[in-house]
Design a protein around this ligand. Structure first.
Ligand code: ATP
Ligand code: MG
Length: 408
């Protein structure tokens, strides 16, 4: 019979990979909670409208990448990202009444119908943070610090923080107009995506991966607009203050004026963290400020900023970490005694197993040397004298002790 295979763009995360996944999850809890963030878990599917309104219907995510299905006349979508879901929950649960800032973190699977390739899957995982209620750039600095320190805690240092400010809706309108004016003469030469972005979301033109388009955008008159400082005084002040905090805290960053990010809801600060050790899918983290999203989704006007990291990309940077051996393997020809001692050790928080298949003593010893740090041996003599022999499987040293003195 033909075997059923895993779906294109999805992957099993196998037991031998779990050391790395557990590390990413444990460090997320440890580091984000150090900053006062609390974990939130929202459903994997939401109303399609949440993403259309929350992520923005000019984005690739909403236009091309969503897993949408109908159930009982409702249009539902598997979440392609988690900011919209967290914002929905923030509003629905009246979290604006909590004392600001409200800091939330999450981890879990996301779904995007993309062309699978290295670093790009259809089901992938993100870990992320959202901070609500603070408009000052101190929150921007704090959020960037959380991202950088999380990555550092995983031992990832060879990373670059790219930073930009998209300004506010007011100053951005002027920038969009100027950008369109200089790009308009080349409109017919742009790729199909850029032609449709031109009216709908001209900032996204800068994000285009096509070399032909990028060549056009590198023309001097277009670069003059891109590299010019378009943001208004207030936005510039916010950005400068953020940069000064990062300088003071020793967080290195690079200004990237082409960084616009894929989602519609960002304003002012946007950032990405890139690895120098990944191929073309080199962004491990993307984030930014989204001061109008809570209001746009029907909540109280609440400024916010957050980020999301791709866990598969982090995992591939972390490489393989050795699986931990269990602490003890109980060896005996007396199954019932082995079973009892194993349970006793487990009740004392010792990870341990015994041979469920009643194999010969030597086979049990062989198994112990493969899977455990210690063999705990219950032979005839030990059983009759209420003793156990503990053998250190790395050094080979063994000693026989009273059973009630056994400590591992
Ligand atoms: P990209 O430019 O790589 O498509 P993006 O801007 O679509 O990224 P975000 O929505 O900002 O990505 O998501 C944050 C992070 O999630 C990315 O930096 C990346 O590490 C990860 N990510 C996004 N899409 C995928 C995917 N299809 N497969 C694996 N990881 C992904
Ligand atoms: Mg993408």
């Amino acid at each position: 019979m033909a075997i059923i295979k895993v779906q294109k763009g999805t992957k099993d995360i196998l037991p031998q990979e779990m050391t790395v996944w557990h590390l990413m999850e444990e460090k997320a809890k440890e580091i984000f909670e150090k900053y006062g963030a609390k974990e939130i878990r929202t459903p994997i599917f939401e109303a399609t409208e949440l993403f259309a309104r929350g992520v923005g219907d000019t984005t690739d995510i909403v236009n091309k990448e969503m897993y949408t299905f109908e159930k009982s006349d409702r249009s539902l979508t598997l979440r392609p990202e988690n900011t919209a879901g967290v914002v929905r929950s923030f509003i629905e649960n009246g979290m604006h009444r909590l004392s600001a800032p409200v800091k939330l973190w999450y981890k879990g699977p996301m779904f995007r119908y993309e062309r699978p390739q290295a670093g790009r899957q259809r089901q992938f995982h993100q870990v992320g943070v959202e901070v609500f209620g603070i408009k000052q750039p101190t929150a921007d600095a704090e959020v960037i610090l959380m991202a950088v320190n999380y990555l550092k805690s995983l031992g990832l240092n060879d990373l670059t923080v790219e930073l930009n400010s998209l300004g506010c809706p007011k100053c951005r309108e002027e920038f969009k107009t100027r950008l369109k004016d200089v790009i308009r003469p080349y409109l017919a030469q742009l790729c199909e995506d850029c032609q449709s972005r031109f009216e709908k979301n001209p900032l996204r033109l800068l994000d285009c991966k096509s070399t032909e388009c990028q060549e056009i955008y590198s023309k001097p008159e277009i670069q003059a607009v891109i590299q010019g400082d378009f943001i208004c005084e207030e936005c510039a002040e916010h950005f400068n203050e953020l940069k000064s905090y990062l300088d003071i805290l020793g967080i290195k960053y690079e200004r990237n004026k082409l960084l616009v990010r894929g989602l519609d809801y960002y304003n002012r600060t946007v950032f990405e963290i890139k690895s120098n050790n990944l191929g073309s899918q080199n962004a491990v983290c993307g984030g930014g400020r989204y001061d109008s999203l809570v209001k746009n989704l029907g909540g109280e006007d609440t400024p916010a900023i957050g980020f999301a990291m791709g866990m598969e990309r982090l995992a591939s940077l972390l490489g393989e970490k050795q699986e931990k051996k269990m602490t003890a393997y109980v060896i005996s020809n007396n199954t019932v005694e082995a079973m009892k001692l194993t349970e006793e050790l487990r009740s004392k928080n010792v990870t341990c197993e015994f041979d469920l298949a009643n194999k010969k003593f030597v086979k049990q010893l062989e198994k112990a040397s493969k899977v455990a740090k210690y063999a705990v041996i219950l032979g005839e003599d030990e059983l009759s004298q209420d003793k156990v022999t503990v053998k250190n499987m790395e050094t080979g040293i063994q000693e026989t002790i009273k059973r009630n003195e056994l400590k591992l």
